[in-house]
Design a protein around this ligand. Structure first.
Ligand SMILES: [Cu+2]
Length: 650
């Protein structure tokens, strides 16, 4: 069973200041922009998002209050005034108030580029395939029918080739052979060809051809119809909740098991949880004001010229939120599902709605707590259940699933599911370089790379003024209190400034970071807190002064803490395509006080992917994530009141 929220709320009946952008608001916003005369009829839209109102507006909102809605549109206007006046940038950043019909501002700053979108993709394919030098390079590889060639685009950021004007809108394209429309092109890379496409001028500005490599021999078909046999011993597994789910939904607001929050989708930050609170014995206690991805980067380690420059920022360069999948019951999601639709702007200014983009359901999660009293021979056991709020995004060859989990014991978790198809190289027998690119199939290698995600966690733990401690466990020196050398202790260090708060994981000291509210003590006299439990998680391998480390500065450290600023949302900054870097956390983290103020915690984590044969032709899900765990936030185990699931469990 499933139910869905298909959203088309008229602007005058927006129920909450954080309600996701509606179809009619997008239509209205595009009309205001077009009627302003400030853009030409060749405008291309990249994304639209709600400019969230100030915290106090949201926190003091009561139903019926007037709501003022500001939208932000990013895009490209190829013949903007500034362009004609000599500046080569044609991207724009427009803010307008759809409640008042007022255009607030259109910014065009030199060098800043709007995120890539659908039109860039279509143009890049057309321009690449029409280029005579590219056609010649493809013919050299024995291919005459260009319809058989799959073109993938990659951001034009990083080093610039000869003949490429970096102030223009640039995309690189690489190519693969598809024997028919349904083929998996990644099995047959047309290795060696990179086209540097100048979208501003509509031409290939530079073509690299590193020489012909023989096509790998095997196809990479992964669909059921192409398998020699399928398993026959899998019995149906149905999840039913005859009396319905335990959550209640009001628009995009959700309540479940003492938790309350709102959900939305942001084009650059993906799935967002807002105003996450826990109802503790009748008191609604705030934990996170806003939690979402803030950017991500996929740097490649291979020195092969086909890959050495790749380091896409999938959030801010590719607008990951616009790439949400429409989820299917029984396929993506199992059980009693509630879906939410999202609206975004298509490149021509029309509304593009992704139905069932966000999936929510409850999951049995094994044992919550248990004890057998061996003296009285009684057992108490409770089952754990979690609320899952998830979306899946397709970014080129890769898929990313973002799964938020809320638990009955106060834990909050994000889990990222990485799947899809790995990047590939064709390689001649004898020319393998397994340190850089292990073989995953005959004559097919996959370059080593990382997926590094930065989450922005705006904690408002029982109020805005919070502080962050680093907690390390250390051995105690030998002495009268430690005569046998066996003692160890947990040491907490207050992080006082943004500069002090650039931190890395330390598994050897069981390091965690604890956010506390110094103004609210629990009954034991200790500030209430939540700790961030990181997994063993890498930072960048690229050198600190490399263009990758400058453009994705957030990936230099696992933890950053900054003072709250409503404009500091993107971990790599804003308008990042082709930027030189230095933005985002590298700029935000400038030494402000973070003690007893409104703090924002940023956590970078991910996986270093050394591809395996098992990752081919489609990768089984690999996981990355972290957990937020209450520490003295509650008086005791908050899940003592979970009832036994049936008689005999107590
Ligand atoms: Cu990977």
């Amino acid at each position: 069973m499933a139910s869905a929220i298909h959203e088309n709320t008229p602007q005058d009946s927006i129920p909450h200041p954080l309600h996701p952008v509606t179809q009619s608001e997008i239509e209205q916003g595009v009309a205001i922009l077009k009627e302003s005369g400030r853009l030409t009829d060749r405008v291309t839209f990249s994304s639209v998002n709600l400019v969230e109102p100030a915290k106090d507006v949201v926190k003091t909102f009561t139903p019926g209050d007037p709501i003022s809605r500001v939208l932000r549109f990013l895009g490209v206007d190829e013949h903007s005034d500034e362009h004609a006046n000599g500046s080569q940038t044609a991207s724009f950043d427009a803010r307008l108030n759809v409640s008042s019909g007022e255009l607030l501002e259109i910014r065009r700053s030199a060098g800043a580029q709007a995120p890539y979108g659908g039109r860039d993709f279509i143009q890049a394919i057309k321009i690449t395939k029409a280029d005579a030098a590219w056609q010649q390079a493809v013919r050299k590889r024995g291919i005459e029918d260009f319809d058989q060639v799959q073109i993938d685009m990659w951001p034009g950021s990083g080093p610039v080739a000869d003949g490429v004007d970096a102030t223009h809108r640039i995309i690189r394209t690489i190519a693969f052979l598809r024997e028919d429309k349904t083929d998996n092109g990644y099995a047959r890379p047309l290795h060696g060809i990179i086209a540097h496409v100048d979208l501003t001028q509509g031409r290939v500005a530079h073509l690299e051809d590193h020489g012909v490599t023989t096509l790998p021999p095997e196809s990479g078909r992964y669909e059921a119809a192409k398998q020699t046999s399928l398993r026959t011993d899998l019995q149906p597994l149905a999840i039913t909740q005859l009396e319905g789910p335990s959550f209640t939904v009001d628009g995009y607001g959700v309540e479940w098991q003492k938790w309350s929050f709102r959900v939305s989708m942001h084009p650059q930050h993906g799935l967002v949880l807002h105003d996450l609170c826990y109802n503790d014995a009748g008191e609604k206690r705030s934990i996170l004001y806003r939690a979402s991805l803030a950017d991500m980067v996929v740097p490649y380690g291979d020195s092969d010229p086909m890959h050495s420059w790749k380091h896409v920022l999938d959030a801010s360069e590719a607008s990951i939120g616009n790439l949400a999948n429409s989820l299917k019951l029984g396929c993506d999601c199992l059980g009693e599902i509630r879906y939410f639709d999202i609206n975004t702007v298509a490149y021509d200014g029309s509304v593009y709605t992704v139905e069932n983009a966000i999936c929510m359901h409850e999951e049995d999660y094994g044992v919550l707590w248990k004890h057998t009293d061996i003296h009285s021979l009684t057992t108490e056991v409770r089952r754990s259940r979690r609320l899952v709020i998830s979306s899946f995004f397709t970014v080129g060859n890769y898929e990313y699933g973002f799964f938020w989990y809320l638990y009955m014991d106060g834990n909050i978790q994000i889990e990222i599911k990485l799947t899809g198809i790995v990047g590939v190289s064709a390689v001649e027998t004898g020319a393998e370089r397994p340190e850089f690119a292990p073989l995953i199939a005959p004559n097919l290698a996959s370059p080593i790379h990382q997926h590094l995600f930065c989450f922005r966690l705006d904690f408002d733990l029982d109020g805005e003024n919070n502080a962050v401690y680093e907690v390390d466990v250390e051995s105690v020196p030998r002495g009268p209190d430690n005569p046998h050398g066996t003692q160890f202790r947990a040491k907490s260090t207050l992080l006082r400034s943004e500069t002090e708060a650039r931190r890395n994981i330390a598994p050897q000291s069981s390091r965690s970071w604890k956010v506390v509210n110094p103004h609210r003590l629990n009954r034991l006299g200790v500030p209430v807190g939540y700790k961030l439990v990181a997994s063993a998680t890498p930072t960048l391998f690229a050198h600190e002064d490399s263009y990758v480390a400058q453009r994705a500065g957030f990936a230099q450290h696992n933890l950053w803490v900054t003072a709250f600023d409503p404009d500091e949302l993107g971990a790599a900054g804003d308008m990042t395509p082709q930027s030189a870097g230095g933005g985002g956390l590298l700029a935000y983290s400038r030494g402000r006080n973070i003690e007893n103020t409104d703090v924002v915690v940023w956590h970078t984590f991910g996986v270093t992917h050394i591809p395996r044969p098992e990752d081919w032709p489609v990768m089984p899900v690999e996981y990355a994530g972290f957990t937020l765990m209450p520490v003295g936030f509650f008086e005791r185990n908050p899940a003592l009141d979970v009832p036994p699931s049936k008689s005999g469990c107590q």
